[in-house]
Design a protein around this ligand. Structure first.
Ligand code: RP5
Length: 166
């Protein structure tokens, strides 16, 4: 199976990225985690992205805060799918990172998830790998059914508590 790369701009992003690591573990997807910055270590970030396909990666997830150029900088150097996680790391509450990550110029896409949305970033990476992996696809389907069943159970409990019967 192809690996997922989780790249963060600073180790201060780790508490957010860990939510994604847990999802990948849950699905048994192989991954690597690195700290590379578009601004502080641009050459390492560039090289990682340029070699990623050859090194067995299928998807790259990039988490960064403030003027978050990491996902875009990685995407500029690979044709693998890149998923961006804008991190809430400043007085602007993540809006800075959201706009920096999502507003990519035509031709260099970054699939941007919600601010601090590492769970969904990892889940999207799993879904991308599952396009060519039936086992992973059926794991996704069964977890989705379990999650729906849990919501319906909560609905039944709340309905039983508050809904009046005539
Ligand atoms: C970004 O700046 C990082 O991704 C991080 O979210 C933010 C702050 O980094 P530190 O100053 O905590 O290293 O590049």
């Amino acid at each position: 199976m192809k690996k997922v790369a989780l790249i963060m701009g600073s180790d201060s992003d780790l508490p957010v990225v860990e939510k994604g690591i847990n999802v990948l573990k849950e699905y048994g997807v192989p991954f690597e985690v690195h700290v590379y910055s578009a601004h502080r270590t641009p050459e390492e970030a560039r090289k990682f992205a340029a070699d990623a396909r050859e090194n067995g990666f299928g998807v790259i997830i990039a988490a960064a805060g403030k003027a978050a150029h990491l996902a875009g900088a990685l995407a500029a150097n690979t044709t693998l799918p890149v998923i961006g996680i804008p991190v809430k790391a400043s007085v602007l509450d993540g809006m800075d990172a959201l706009l920096s990550t999502v507003q990519m110029p035509k031709g260099i896409p970054v699939a941007t998830v919600a601010i601090d949305g590492a769970d969904n970033a990892a889940l999207l990476a799993v879904e991308i790998l599952a396009v060519t992996d039936e086992e992973l696809a059926s794991k996704l389907a069964s977890k989705r059914s379990l999650a729906s069943a849990a919501v319906l159970e909560r609905d039944a409990a709340i309905a039983a508590k508050y809904n009046q019967t005539i």
